[in-house]
Structures are given as C-alpha cells and as structure tokens.
Design a protein around this ligand. Structure first.
Ligand code: FAD
Ligand code: TPP
Ligand code: MG
Length: 567
C-alpha cells in the first residue's frame, strides 16, 4: 500500500487501463488532476474547446478501437462536453469522460461553476458516476472503462469532486475481475434460434445483408465476407458500416437509405430476406417503416437486446456478439449462387449510371462529388477520411469508396456539425502512419475551426478539404425540394479560409476548377504540416438520390439524367 491522492489514483488507474493519450482542458475543479498528470507517462492534448476535446477522444476511439479519454472542468467545461458525449452515445463510441466537480460539501449550493453534469448527461451516457470520496475513485474508473468498452460500447462519465481529488489514502491498484450485477454484456442466442435463422436463410431466393457499424465493433469483417460469399448474397452497408466489406468486392452493392444507392434501396424493397448485422434500422435507413421491405422476412443480429424489434419488427432476433454468431451460423448455411437476383441488382445499377454526376464531363463547374472522387484517386483510396455533417458528408459516402475498415469516421446518429476537424485530429493521433483527410463543409468547419491551433501546437498533420459552397448546403437542399426554394438562413458568408490557415502558420490553398484539384492534393500530401484546401464548389448542387423524410424507401428523388444537367 502506498499513500496516494485521489488525483494520483486517477492517473495510476488510467495508466493501468493502457491509456497513454488523453484529450482535455483544465480549470479550477480539475486542477489537482492536472497537477498530478505531470508525474505520469501520459500525453495530454490541449484542445481549444471541450466540444473539440470530446470529439478528438471520439475520433481517437473510432480509429484506434481503444477507449478515448476526455477531460474537462466543472460547470461550463462539462456542459461544453455534452455535444461530444451525445455524438459518441449515438454512434456507440467508447469514451471515458472525466470531469472535475466542486467540493462535495458545496454540491447543491450553486457553488462557483457547479453544474449537475451527471443529471445532464444521464440520457446521453451509457452510464455515469458522481464520485464524492477518494476511496471510490479507483474502483469507479475501472468500472467506467469496463462499461465503456464491453457489450455495446458507449461513453461513460465520471464526475469527481475536487476534495476527493485532493484527499489521500493508502491505496493499491485492484485488478480483480469486475462484477456488476444486472449488467450482462455477454448474452448469447439459443442454438435453436440460430438453427431457425439458418433454415430461413437457406430457403431465401432474394436475400440482402445489411451490414452496419456493429460489424466493425465486433471485428467481424472476415466472417461477414465468408458468410456473404458462402450464400452469395449482396451486402448493403449503412453510413457507419462503410469499409466493413471492401467496396470493390463483387458482392458489395453500396450504401442504403436516404442518400443510398437507388439499386440498393430497390433491392431492399424487393428482397425476400433481410439479414441485419450490427445495424439498428435508423430512420435514415428505413424511410417509412410501414412500407419498409414489405415482402422480406427479417433476421436481426445485435449485441443490444433493446435494438431487436425497436424500429423494425423482425422474425428472428439473435442477441450477442456478431462475430460469434456468424461463426455459429456459417456451418449451418448452404451455398447458393442467387444468380438471377444478383443479375437483377446489377441491371438496376447500370440504369442508375445515367444519373450519376461522376459521368458528367468537366463543364467548368467544380462539383463537390468530383473533388471527392478525385481525392479518392489521388490518395489511392487509402486515406483515413473523417467528415463533418451535411452534403459533403453524403458525397464522401458516395464518391470515396473504401476497401479497408476503420477508414471512414463520421457522425451518423447525432449528425453533429463541428465533428470533422477535431475527430480527424484524434484519428491521426491514433493512426500516425495513415494519411488523414478531414472533408468538411464551410458551415460545420467554422463551428470547431479553432482546433486548427491544436494541430499546430500538437504538430498533427491532418489535411482539410473544405467543400465551400457558400451555403448550409444540406438545409438549403431541403429548402429547395420541400420549402419552395425559400432560402431562410442558409446562405453563409465565410472568412477567407486561406488566410485563416495562414494566421495559424499553416498552408492554405484555393481551388476553383477541376484541373487544379490534383496539384492541390499533391501539395497537401507533400507539405509537412496541416494543409487546408478551400474548394469553391458549385453552390446549389444537391445530393441524389434522396428519399424524402418519412417516405417509402423506393420513392427516391433522382438526379435528372446528367446529359441534361449541363448548365
Ligand atoms: C445528413 C445525414 C444523412 C444520413 N443518411 C444516411 C443514409 O442515407 N444511409 C445510412 O445508412 N445512414 C445515413 N445516416 C446515418 C444514420 O443516421 C445512422 O447513423 C446510421 O444509419 C447508423 O448506422 P448503423 O446502424 O450501422 O450504426 P450504429 O448506429 O452505430 O448501430 C450499430 C449497431 O450495432 C450493434 N452492435 C455494436 N456492437 C456489436 C457487436 N459486437 N455485435 C453485434 N452488434 C453490435 C449496436 O448495438 C447497434 O445496434 C445519415 C446521417 C446524416 C447526419
Ligand atoms: C450542430 C448542428 N447544427 C445544425 C445542424 C443542421 N444541419 C445539418 S447539415 C447542415 C448544413 C451544413 O452546412 P455545411 O457545413 O456548409 O455543409 P454542406 O451541407 O454545405 O456540405 C445543417 C445546418 C447540425 N447537423 N448540427
Ligand atoms: Mg456548405
């Protein structure tokens, strides 16, 4: 036993959990933790706003498959973290967020910078704790890591009163197994249900696999491939599942949902069996659930029992870790080539090509889709791409195909503008050897633009492609389609982004025509620090296809045929 302060216990426990990098921002209520930090082998990244800090930890977690750690002080520090925590919660990203709280005897008296952060974050954390005594710090943090990473991952917040950080006890790290009665992250399906699922699969003529982020979280990419190849079923992916099967794999058909490929949505609507693997039937994926895949029987595999029958009623729900369940299913399913079905989907695909903007010749306009596709080409499809939220996010999903998992990071469930740059910083720190690109909109970038300074202070190179259309483009698109082109509050004036880069001692480049895209991308790749490229793209282009919110999945607004689209 050694005498330790609560603050020292925080760091010793973090180090024992394998943490060597934390993202944070100091203040009065976490000063003891910050003071103790200097004695531990942990690198601290100082962000410019606690929202940015939390997104960095999230980007780090998504890229590294480890738990991300974010820290903030009480009151405004903690409330600034709320958006980052909710973002992580919606996309099942494992975080441990450690906030300082006012001294325990002051709690409840509106003390300086007091806020009830456990109350505020109760619905947006997987679990949270208020720690008022030094004795609780070690065990609570161990539980927090365990809960964050086990089962369906998610953010856990630990709020630690200042006096608990300062008090001392005789302490030793306890590495006994964690037991939490009532918490069952390791459920397994009944063998008879697995058997039934296999029979349903074997009798299907028109199956579609719906692969989601659960495939990544389960590490079931190889099992997914084997399964899909054995039953020869097309694999559609969610936005958050991009990369779970290589986009170039012959069975990979593309993204489903509101901005998914037309042939994918039509195939889902006509399927006789949907196999949902680690995806949660988000409304962006299903459209109107009443008319969703009306002829399909449905099998849902998910680690979280509450997801089964939540959005879409299914015939069989298998609760457990996808990878394990696929291993159980693999020997039970019979090979089938489903050739007529695959051919039919491929025919639909070739019809859609007529409407694909990628097939539009360079006509002097700079289209974001072309820029993103060029970026894919000049990075050989190998970059780790982090997006912000909006049209550019959807174009990235459509025109930057990924052959590797863990290569596309984006805020799907909460759709948090401002996520892109800080999450890219976290991702680059997780994968220093990878080429990282943040693809952001002019609007969202300005929400966390301050984190440019973090890239400089931390010497982190992320390249930034601003798809500058002068609009809050995705909202403008809705106004164009559904509000009679009344552009209320969507035209946006931006600062000169090249000068913004310059003010940080970084390189900024501007591109206004397609022929200049390559040189700018190459320059960004070669320069040592962060490079920002201001792509002045077409102001009023829209993302197609689009399923209007609440409409049936097959009722998509399609791009007019591109031959007629030349202006
Ligand atoms: C502007 C905008 C437009 C969008 N348009 C689209 C669109 O067109 N198409 C689209 O797909 N998305 C779209 N989205 C994203 C959408 O909102 C959802 O975030 C996304 O569809 C969720 O994907 P998911 O279900 O794969 O991932 P998640 O929401 O992360 O769900 C993962 C599921 O996997 C389960 N799971 C986790 N671990 C395991 C495990 N080990 N084993 C088994 N299961 C596990 C979880 O319990 C959860 O149910 C859009 C978002 C924005 C912001
Ligand atoms: C924090 C936040 N506020 C508002 C929105 C609503 N919203 C969704 S997309 C969008 C427009 C984004 O504009 P921009 O960043 O320029 O990207 P673009 O759509 O033009 O590519 C807005 C305002 C949001 N998703 N997040
Ligand atoms: Mg914009």
């Amino acid at each position: 036993m050694m005498k330790r302060t609560g603050a020292q216990i925080v760091w010793e426990t973090l180090v024992r959990e394998g943490v060597d990098l934390v993202f944070g921002y100091p203040g009065g209520a976490n000063l003891p933790i910050y003071d103790a930090m200097l004695d531990y082998p942990v690198h601290h990244v100082l962000g410019r706003h606690e929202q940015g800090v939390t997104h960095m930890a999230d980007g780090y977690a998504r890229a590294s498959k480890r738990v991300g750690v974010a820290m903030g002080t009480s009151g405004p520090g903690a409330t600034n973290m709320v958006t980052g925590i909710a973002t992580a919660m919606m996309d099942s990203s494992p975080l441990v967020c450690i906030t300082g709280q006012v001294a325990s005897k002051l709690i409840g008296f509106d003390a300086f910078q007091e806020t009830d952060v456990t109350g505020i974050t109760l619905p947006i954390t997987k679990h949270n704790y208020l720690v008022k005594s030094v004795q609780e710090i070690g065990p609570t943090l161990r539980e927090a890591f365990y809960i964050a990473r086990s089962g369906r991952p998610g953010p856990v917040l630990v709020d630690i009163a200042k006096d608990a950080q300062q008090a001392s006890i005789d302490w030793e790290y306890d590495d006994s197994p964690i037991r939490l009665p009532g918490y069952r992250p390791d459920l397994r399906p009944q063998p008879k249900n697995v058997q039934q699922a296999a029979e349903m699969i074997n009798s299907s003529k028109k199956p579609v696999i719906l692969a989601g982020r659960g495939v990544l979280l389960s590490g079931a990419m190889e099992e997914l491939r084997q399964f899909a190849e054995k039953i020869h079923a097309p694999v559609a992916i969610t936005l958050l599942g991009i990369g779970v099967l290589p986009a170039s794999h012959p069975l990979s058909v593309g993204m489903m949902g509101m901005h998914g490929e037309a042939w994918v949505n039509n195939a889902i609507q006509e399927a006789d069996l949907l196999l949902a693997f680690g995806m949660r039937f988000d409304d962006r994926v299903t459209g109107n659930v009443q008319s969703y895949a009306p002829n399909a029987r449905k099998i849902h595999i998910d680690i979280d029992a509450t997801e089964i029958n939540k959005n879409v009623k299914v015939d069989i729900g298998l609760v457990g870790n996808l990878k394990d369940i696929l291993w159980q299913l693999l020997p039970l399913v019979e090979p089938d080539d489903h050739t007529p079905w695959i051919n039919y989907i491929n025919e639909m695909k070739s019809e859609s090509a007529l409407r694909d903007i990628i097939n539009l010749q360079d006509n002097g306009h700079l289209y974001a889709a072309h820029v993103i596709n060029d970026l894919w080409r000049y990075t050989s499809g190998n970059a780790l791409v982090v997006t912000d939220v909006g049209q550019h996010q959807m174009w990235t999903a459509q025109y930057y195909p990924h052959d590797r998992p863990f290569s596309m990071i984006t805020s799907g469930g909460l759709g948090t503008m401002g996520f892109g740059l800080p999450a890219a910083i976290g991702a680059k720190l997780a994968c220093p050897d990878r080429e990282v690109w943040a693809i952001v909109g002019d609007g969202g970038f300005q929400m966390t633009q301050a984190e440019l300074a973090t890239t400089v202070q931390e010497n982190v190179k992320v390249n930034i492609a601003v798809m500058n259309n002068g609009f809050l483009g995705m909202v403008r698109q809705w106004q164009e389609f559904f509000y009679d082109r009344r552009y209320a509050a969507t035209p946006m004036l931006s600062p000169d982004f090249v000068k913004i880069a310059d003010a940080h001692g970084l390189t900024g480049l501007r591109v206004t025509q397609r022929s200049d895209v390559e040189a700018a991308v190459r320059a960004a790749q070669e320069m040592p620090g962060t490079v920002l490229i201001d792509f002045r793209v077409e102001p009023e282009d829209s993302v197609y296809p689009m399923v209007p919110a609440g409409a049936a999945l097959h009722t998509m607004i399609q791009r007019p045929k591109v031959n007629n689209n030349v202006e």
